[in-house]
Design a protein around this ligand. Structure first.
Ligand code: IPE
Ligand code: IPE
Ligand code: MG
Length: 259
């Protein structure tokens, strides 16, 4: 990585293309998911080693429940295996595991190891690995709106206090740094209901390779792409240069804008 100040704090990944990866090889879709779990391991390890603060992986969408039952069952089993197998890695590397989405819908053999690992890693300070499970961006926003409405009805919140920051604070991502970079594999250029609110100023990177082929080298390549971009947050390029010059003396000051 060229410049550590240009490393994103928070990367989100839409891990897409497992099924096609398998079908291209004449194999069952589930084998693509199994190989995809290997990419999850490699990418997580690389992200931790690089010093990312947060990595959020879209593993199963609210809409994916509608897939054929044997695929859903296979995915749940892989998730369960993953949570058992990854425990030592998360424990040894100070990785905090989180989950966003309607996790109540997950079967007990996934819920139990998920809850246990979340609890056992809650004090970790290394990197936050968030799995988006049974997750939908619109569903998340709807849930936040419901909580806001309940707080208003209970007299805990005034309508005038509802601004963008307040809404963010009701989302399940509120404890994470702002999303800096969204990556989607498999060549599809769509968001598929992932982190709709959080994407406001994220950089987007669409890569052609299927998720099972996305390993640390491919991560380094998108991070290099990210580092070369100018994030303006509505300002002019000139304003950004001025700010960078002002902070140049102080090596502790990051080039990130206040967000
Ligand atoms: C992504 O791969 C994993 C999940 C959605 C669970 P897909 O299963 O969507 O693979 P493609 O897009 O059909 O190739
Ligand atoms: C998005 O991929 C969900 C995950 C990667 C978990 P999909 O394969 O479900 O998205 P669409 O159907 O191509 O939009
Ligand atoms: Mg897909």
């Amino acid at each position: 990585m060229s410049d550590p100040r240009r490393l994103p704090r928070h990367v989100g990944i839409i891990m897409d293309g497992n099924g096609r990866w398998a079908q291209l090889r004449g194999r069952d879709r589930i084998e693509g998911h199994r190989e995809g779990a290997r990419s999850v391991r490699d990418v997580t390890r690389a992200a931790r080693q690089l010093g990312l603060e947060a990595l959020t992986l879209y593993a199963f969408s609210a809409q994916n429940w509608a897939r054929p039952v044997e695929e859903v069952t296979g995915l749940m089993q892989l998730l369960c295996d993953y949570l058992h197998d990854e425990r030592p890695e998360l424990m040894d590397n100070q990785i905090r595991l989180e989950a966003i989405g309607d996790v109540e819908r997950l079967p007990p053999h996934v819920r139990a190891p998920l809850d246990a690992l979340r609890a056992d890693t809650a004090h970790h300070t290394g990197m936050t690995l968030t799995l988006a499970l049974s997750y939908g961006g619109r569903e998340s926003i709807a849930r936040a709106v419901r909580s806001i409405a309940a707080d208003v009805a209970a007299g805990k919140l005034a309508p005038a206090d509802i601004d963008a920051d307040r809404v963010s604070s009701y989302l399940p991502t509120s404890r994470l740094p702002p999303l800096d970079l969204l990556v989607r594999t498999s060549g599809e250029q769509r968001i598929s209901n992932f982190m709709l609110w959080e994407l406001a100023y994220a950089e987007l990177a669409f890569v052609d390779c299927m998720w099972p082929d996305f390993r640390r080298q491919q991560l380094y390549a998108v991070l290099d792409q990210y580092a070369a971009r100018e994030r303006r947050f509505g300002l002019t390029s000139h304003q950004l240069t001025e700010r960078a010059e002002l902070s140049a003396d102080d090596s502790d000051v990051e080039l990130h804008l206040d967000r």
